[in-house]
Design a protein around this ligand. Structure first.
Ligand SMILES: Cc1ncc(COP(=O)(O)O)c(C=O)c1O
Length: 372
């Protein structure tokens, strides 16, 4: 019989806001929904990846190699990186959580970008750290001045930024990344989250890799969730200084990467179907088309803040994003409102197929016309 006592979670954990994923159903006319709320690939996984996946599923009674060791070997060959410095995770989400767990304790300061990727903040709260937001410039890129001021006030344990940032879509160039590394103390971990790296021209990645090779405090994160179309399998990886990599290996789940996820990621890396190039070209085209279409809605109050890259576009309307997203959902169109990011009038559209984007933007036009 209950005596009214129950286990108490650690103080603060019950106040952590739950992550709210992009909606993908539930609207009144959701028979052929247009799901553009979660920055997923419009094409899914390539045929060779699907084949590798089917084969691995049939062998799912076997344990996978611990920690995605076979994938780490494939990544090492593919990118020419030492395998001892690679760590695979169940999505970059897991790696973000492990990094904070390893380097920040209760009460420690962790920096993230204002209106930037929310998981950087949530992971900090999970270890009862203190997240602080680095301010933005007028062009919505991270303010180096704000970063310097925060570092002066209290040495952070970890500094997170995504490049390009999500949902802002803005990116720091090579020179600005060097400035970040100069400003942040050498005993603070700097984590550059490169989830959208494949949608940029590659120079940012090459430069970051060069710096990461030289430094003991610079970690790069990549994911198979975006251009490779494997979001549902949960697979990402980190290129980290060797001591950081060793630490993450000690605290990760022993078999954190499932066999199907590992096999699919290895096949995706080999990319025998030219999937990456096809997806990249499609994304460039849709970015142009969607941008032009959104600009044509300026008479209805739509504005596009400056953005540098990614498989999505952020736009503002004169109305509450939540309200517009709900109206769109009634028509079976799912975009992401950004209230959780404290961007109350903004929405984010993932660049889907041409048909999906056309339907989403046409519906947006109708919804906005009905507001005025
Ligand atoms: C900046 C950023 N990092 C990481 C992720 C999550 O990636 P994963 O699916 O590998 O956990 C996302 C997904 O939206 C993202 O936008």
């Amino acid at each position: 019989m209950s005596r009214g006592l129950e286990p108490e979670p650690l103080a603060g954990l019950e106040e952590i806001p739950l992550y709210v994923p992009g909606k993908s159903g539930g609207g009144k006319k959701a028979d052929k929904p247009v799901r553009l709320a979660s920055n997923e690939s419009p094409f899914g996984a390539s045929p060779s990846v699907q084949a590798a996946l089917a084969e691995a599923v049939a062998r799912s009674h076997r344990y996978p190699p611990p920690g995605g060791a076979a994938l780490a070997t494939a990544l090492s060959k593919h990118f020419g990186l030492p395998v001892e410095r690679l760590v695979c995770g169940a999505g970059s989400d897991e790696l973000i959580a492990l990094l904070v767990r390893a380097y920040a304790d209760t009460g420690d300061c962790v920096l993230h970008v204002q209106h930037g990727f929310i998981v950087h903040r949530l992971a900090t709260l999970a270890v009862r750290g203190v997240p602080r937001a680095i301010g933005l410039e007028a062009n919505r890129r991270m303010s180096l001045e704000s970063l310097a001021a925060l570092c002066k006030e209290q040495t952070p344990k970890v500094v997170f930024f995504a490049n390009p940032e999500n949902p802002l879509g803005t990116a720091l160039d090579a020179q600005a990344v060097d400035e970040v590394l100069r400003i942040v103390p050498d005993d603070t971990l700097v984590v550059m989250d490169c989830a959208y790296s494949e949608y940029t021209d590659g120079t940012l990645w090459t430069h970051a890799l060069k710096r990461a090779k030289e430094r003991k405090n610079f970690v790069l994160l990549r994911t198979f969730s975006k251009i490779y179309g494997l979001a549902g399998l949960r697979i990402g990886w980190a290129y980290a200084p060797q001591r950081v990599a060793e630490t993450l290996h000690r605290i990760r789940g022993v078999f954190n990467i499932s066999l199907p996820a590992e096999r699919a990621a290895i096949a995706a890396l080999q990319d025998t179907d030219g999937w990456l190039e096809k997806s990249r070209l499609h994304n460039d085209k849709m970015r142009q088309l969607a941008r032009t279409e959104l600009e044509s809605l300026s008479g209805l109050g739509v504005t596009l803040p400056p953005q540098d890259g990614g498989n999505f576009l952020l736009f503002d309307t004169p109305y509450e994003g939540k309200h517009i997203a709900a109206k769109l959902a009634e028509q079976g169109v799912y975009l992401r409102d950004l209230a959780a990011y404290d961007l109350l009038n903004s929405l984010r559209i993932t660049l889907g197929t041409e048909e999906e984007c056309a339907k989403a933007l046409q519906t947006l036009r109708t919804v906005l016309e009905a507001q005025v």
